[in-house]
Design a protein around this ligand. Structure first.
Ligand code: ATP
Ligand code: MG
Length: 415
């Protein structure tokens, strides 16, 4: 039996990769404009990094990680997200000593053992950004504006931004107690996962997709009503800055994130077009994370965009580039002339294709059509002798006569 890829691991085929590059380049443009530089970190880390950052009582660490023991008996894990590795690198290389504010972005594959479905895979890709070293709510607003700008750059007005605040270690314990006493009388109506979460991670019950849990947690107290004065002031400023810059958002007081390290501002970009895979991007502030990983007390905020979900939202739009010119030939001598001409055109930046195998003229023209070449030209004995040929515009059949020389082809035909 022929071998297939691992379940939940996808090939990005040539007819799709144009769309991916378009998304990646759009994001890179916005990142660079905002002063962010790319960091490339390994896709595998010591397991402990993710347990200490994402948190032992999260779905990711409890059941979604690709963890195994390597030949040296070390426990290693394929990264389920990007922030932990970037923060590990920041601490390891003391990047904060060179510049107290760092603005980094990354893109690449992430791995989670989940049930594969549309928009949810076991290897998936994220584009993410992180600012560290800034407490000020300006950083939150810039990150949110940048995220909105990326979707604008891509040309999507869906998804929309939802924000919330998860408070800090000062105010969250009292909120947790209030939530627990609310859940006490409703424990019987919660799903098994949420019954467990009641003890380990009660905030996550607000995020459960099971209809019974959504119903049972209606009217639950909101973190926003329990913020301490400092968190309340911080969140108020974030909202003011968003309003000041005309960034549209809605408050979602039930939003909790699936990673333990989040504090204060949290957010998601949400779509109604992908079923329960509604989050296209997500992120938040993580003021305790760097110190928790053994670094100094440095605050941070960031997000990750799910590339597969953005690609799905872009739908079938065509992003592959097509040849400027297809050169068809009649015989062996002409193929030499054509090959040299193709080489010269390629060297001056023109996208050219020709037939590799000396097929019939008819089949060569079929190939020009299939490749969606903008122009085609047939080179036969006559064209070689006169050093001239007729260039046909494929869209309407209009013909332009030009010498078989790069400059003339460029100015008379392709310009
Ligand atoms: P979800 O609620 O859909 O499981 P999440 O909260 O686990 O998402 P994050 O960990 O915040 O997601 O990751 C950020 C983004 O990465 C998500 O908004 C989503 O677009 C994408 N993402 C997360 N998990 C997957 C996956 N298994 N397959 C494809 N994309 C994913
Ligand atoms: Mg998830």
């Amino acid at each position: 039996m022929a071998l297939t890829a691992i379940k939940g691991f996808n090939d990005i085929l040539a007819n799709e990769s144009g769309r991916w590059q378009y998304i990646e380049l759009s994001a890179r443009r916005i990142f660079e404009r905002n002063g962010f530089s790319e960091i490339r970190v390994p896709i595998m880390e010591k397991t402990e990094l993710f347990c200490r950052s994402i948190g032992d009582a999260t779905d990711i660490v409890e059941k979604e990680m690709y963890t195994f023991t390597d030949k040296g008996e070390n426990s290693v894990t394929l990264r389920p997200e990007g922030t932990a590795g970037v923060m590990r690198a920041l601490i390891e290389h003391k990047l904060y000593a060179q510049d107290p504010v760092s603005k980094l972005y990354y893109l690449g594959p992430m791995f989670r053992y989940e049930r594969p479905q549309k928009g949810r895979y076991r290897q998936f890709h994220q584009i993410g950004a992180e600012i560290t070293g800034v407490n000020d709510p300006l950083a939150d607003a810039q990150v949110l504006n940048m995220l909105s700008a990326i979707f604008r750059e891509i040309g999507l007005d869906e998804p929309t931004l939802q924000i919330n605040s998860l408070g800090c270690p000062e105010c969250r314990p009292a909120y947790r107690t209030a939530l627990l006493s609310f859940l006490d009388s409703r424990l019987g109506s919660l799903c098994d996962d949420c019954k467990r979460r009641y003890n380990t991670n009660p905030l996550r019950t607000l995020d459960c997709k099971v209809p019974g849990c959504i119903e049972a947690t209606k009217g639950a107290p909101a973190m926003l009503e329990h913020l301490c004065p400092a968190c309340d002031e911080h969140f108020g400023c974030v909202r003011r800055y968003l309003e000041l810059t005309g960034t549209a958002y809605t408050l979602n007081t039930r939003m909790v994130r699936g990673l333990d390290y989040y504090t204060r501002t949290t957010f998601e970009m949400v779509t109604g077009l992908l079923g329960s895979q509604s989050a296209v991007a997500a992120g938040g502030r993580y003021d305790g994370l760097i110190s928790q990983l053994g670094g100094p007390e440095i605050p941070g905020i960031g997000f990750a965009i799910g590339l597969e979900r953005v690609a799905l939202l872009l739908g079938q739009r065509e992003f592959s580039s097509t040849p400027d010119l297809f050169i068809a030939t009649m015989g062996a001598t002409e193929r030499e002339v054509a090959f040299r001409l193709m080489d010269e055109l390629l060297k001056s930046g023109i996208r050219v294709e020709m037939d590799y195998e000396g097929k019939s003229l008819k089949s060569q023209m079929r190939r020009a059509d299939k490749l969606k070449a903008r122009y085609s030209v047939v080179i036969g004995e006559n064209e070689v002798a006169t050093c001239k040929a007729a260039f046909k515009r494929m869209a309407d059949g209009a013909v332009t006569e030009a010498a078989l020389a790069v400059e003339e082809i460029c100015t008379a035909v392709l310009s």
